[in-house]
Design a protein around this ligand. Structure first.
Ligand SMILES: Nc1ncnc2c1ncn2[C@@H]1O[C@H](COP(=O)(O)OP(=O)(O)OP(=O)(O)O)[C@@H](O)[C@H]1O
Length: 217
């Protein structure tokens, strides 16, 4: 379960997030929409443990972030979170399968223990045949499918996606979003999709609107 209670964040004394609360159970997939600059990325960074709130509480599976030092937060990200962010792009010097296996390597799993789940996820996103390819040989849509496989391979509790189809054409974008929703549901994770696009938001079970007065259905 993800618990967010009364979260606030200021930058240079300017309030960006004010009293944001949200509670999500395993298996829930929500979209967060809101005007540019309202604080969507700020909220996602707090949920990812990449930034700390000024006040409020965050907890994942009963573990409060405030109790964790930076190393423990890094472990939480490694073990419990999956990211489909532009900034966490597919690494060019690793093959497609190595890219997907990366979260397992970081957990100390190597050889077949990493290759087998990576191959399974690649099959699930329709790229089983491309395991030995290099990222540069893939299309933009295929690359995002690799990012989805990598975000799920270690069976995270929480998957965070920030405009995962920003650079794709609408048809490919729709396919990638449908695949993301299907895969997140399949592993029973909590999914949070941040997007500007109403069509993208409609792939989630629930749409939440972030405004200056908080998060509302
Ligand atoms: N590290 C920072 N230092 C100062 N201001 C920041 C910082 N990070 C974000 N902000 C400010 O906080 C506000 C919210 O930014 P954020 O990126 O969260 O918005 P957003 O809703 O994701 O916007 P967009 O949809 O345009 O990506 C902006 O005014 C931004 O300038």
């Amino acid at each position: 379960m993800l618990e967010i209670e009364g979260l606030s964040r200021q930058f240079n004394r300017r309030s960006v997030l004010r009293d944001v609360s949200l509670r999500l159970q395993a298996g829930e997939y929500v979209a967060i929409v809101g005007e540019s600059g309202v604080g969507k990325s700020t909220l996602l960074n707090l949920i990812a443990g990449l930034d700390r709130p000024d006040c409020g509480r965050l907890a994942l599976d009963g573990v409060a972030y405030a109790q964790l030092d930076e190393d423990a937060l890094t472990r939480l990200r490694r073990d419990k979170l999956g990211f489909v962010f532009q900034a966490f792009h597919v690494l060019p010097h690793l093959t497609v399968r190595q890219n997907v296996a990366l979260p397992l390597w970081l957990q100390g799993l190597h050889g077949a223990a990493a290759d087998r789940p990576a191959q399974q996820l690649l099959e699930a996103v329709g790229l089983g045949e491309r395991a030995a390819s290099w990222p540069r040989e893939l299309s933009g849509g295929e690359m995002q499918r690799v990012a989805i496989a990598r975000a799920l391979v270690h069976q995270p509790s929480l998957v965070l996606a920030d405009e995962p189809t920003g650079n794709l054409d609408p048809a490919n974008g729709a396919k990638v979003l449908a695949l993301l929703a299907e895969r997140v549901r399949q592993v029973g994770a909590i999914g949070i999709l941040v997007t500007h696009s109403p069509a993208a938001a409609a792939t989630a079970d629930r749409v939440l609107h972030l405004t200056s007065s908080g998060l509302q259905a």
